[in-house]
Design a protein around this ligand. Structure first.
Ligand SMILES: *Cc1c(COP(=O)(O)O)cnc(C)c1O
Length: 402
């Protein structure tokens, strides 16, 4: 696995990507972050560490997962060929396991016995709980009390996997409060490691999460060359915090001819409160310990966000995406709930693959672009997860689906 990507790693030592990233945190938190940075620097290129991670990628996760040429869908759209990178085929059905394996293995190397994590919709919590069980680590997941009601099945899954799920009872009782409580538990317990779920947060998390998710893009690049004989003209990924997108982009960022397209949730439309398109509609600011584009309320605090897809409604975005946007290396667009729902049914019915609602956003953009390109062009879409978790929610759309 080649996870090096020259242009992406230029600023790692300082934790800044241009003006974005950094560590805007109190001193007690900074000390814990420094400890993680030091361990990550020591082990990320260590061959024993890499072999161990590759072993679990192969035998536990089922990597490499394939790329899949959507012959029926491409034929129907009448333009470029659409390929999917099948992260939905990973153990637990999404890309999140790539990151939790990397971080939990690092925690073990550091001699940590306990894991804490935040979770919103519960997908990262489930991946963390499974990985902790696998590696014999104690696991506590903080989850907003409101989210625990909405995502009951994931709470049960985490408990089945042996994790303790602690409800965050303050404020809105959702992801932000869960993060606050997980951080407090981390600071209070020196034998604990904090497993963060996306390419966000203070340094070193954005760099570390990209490193572990880069396997997506590195594999996909080799697979495109081997099976399609060329690189895609564009690579698409949905952007919540931005981890599957930065993992995909890492494989292609040095290929100047490959357009990198991040797709944000436009929700009900691009007016405040109806979407979570941080890069398309937000402005730079500091939140959760790092500088990036964010959606602010009238006081400059984290603003109200919405998406049909629980995995995408975060009011900021990984700092490296902000940098890639400003230098023009990646483009960021948005797709509405309706367009994502249409793409969800389109893929299900043309290829027999039910995509996650998050991934359906990336697919929807590729579906828009494909007809404008010649038949010999290839598009690559990161299918970040499978849609089984979304079927109950999508049942309501079954009648109206075309
Ligand atoms: C969590 C999740 C996302 C959003 O997270 P990123 O960090 O932006 O990748 C996207 N797709 C699926 C399937 C998820 O579970």
């Amino acid at each position: 696995m080649n996870t090096s990507s020259a242009s992406l790693s230029a600023s790692e030592s300082t934790g800044f990507f241009g003006a974005y990233g950094g560590q805007f945190v109190p001193d007690d938190l900074k000390a814990r972050l420094d400890e993680v940075t030091e361990a990550f620097d020591r082990y990320s290129d260590n061959s024993f560490f890499k072999d161990e991670l590759d072993y679990y990628f192969k035998h536990y996760t089922g990597r490499p997962n394939p790329i899949f040429f959507c012959a029926n869908l491409s034929e129907r759209l009448g333009g470029a060929k659409i390929y999917l990178k099948r992260e939905d085929l990973n153990h637990l059905g999404a890309h999140k396991i790539n990151n939790t394996l990397g971080q939990c293995l690092l925690a073990k190397r550091m001699g940590k016995k306990r894991i804490v994590a935040e979770t919103g919709a519960g997908q990262h919590g489930v991946a963390t709980a499974a990985t902790a069980a696998l590696l014999g680590l104690e696991c506590t997941v903080y989850m907003g009390a409101e989210d625990m009601k909405r995502q009951r099945l994931n709470v049960i899954r985490m408990e089945m996997l042996g994790a303790k799920v602690v409800p965050a009872l303050s404020g809105q009782r959702t992801l932000k409060e869960a993060v606050d409580e997980a951080l407090a538990a981390w600071i209070a317990n020196p034998d604990t490691f904090y497993v963060l779920g996306s390419a966000v947060g203070p340094h070193p998390y954005p760099t570390m999460v990209r490193h572990f998710q880069a396997v997506i893009g590195c594999e996909a690049r080799e697979q495109m060359l081997a099976e399609c004989g060329k690189l895609p003209v564009a690579a698409f990924a949905c952007v919540g915090g931005g981890s599957n997108a930065i993992g995909l982009f890492a494989g292609f960022v040095d290929d100047a001819d490959v357009r990198l397209i991040g797709v944000e949730p436009a929700g009900r439309g691009l007016t405040y409160g109806d979407h979570a398109a941080s890069l398309c509609k937000g402005e730079p600011g500091v939140m959760h310990g790092f500088h990036s584009y964010m959606i602010k309320d009238e006081n400059g605090e984290p603003g109200a966000v919405y998406s049909i897809s629980a995995g995408l409604d975060y009011p900021s975005v990984g700092p490296e995406h902000s940098y890639l946007k400003d230098i023009g290396r990646a483009e960021y667009v948005s797709v509405t709930d309706k367009e994502a729902v249409d793409a969800f049914f389109l893929l299900s019915r043309t290829e027999g693959i039910i995509p996650a609602l998050e991934s359906s956003h990336a697919l929807a953009q590729a579906v828009k672009v494909a007809p404008t390109l010649p038949k010999d062009a290839a598009l690559l879409v990161c299918l970040s997860g499978r849609g089984d978790k979304d079927v109950e929610q999508m049942e309501a759309f079954l009648e109206s689906a075309k």
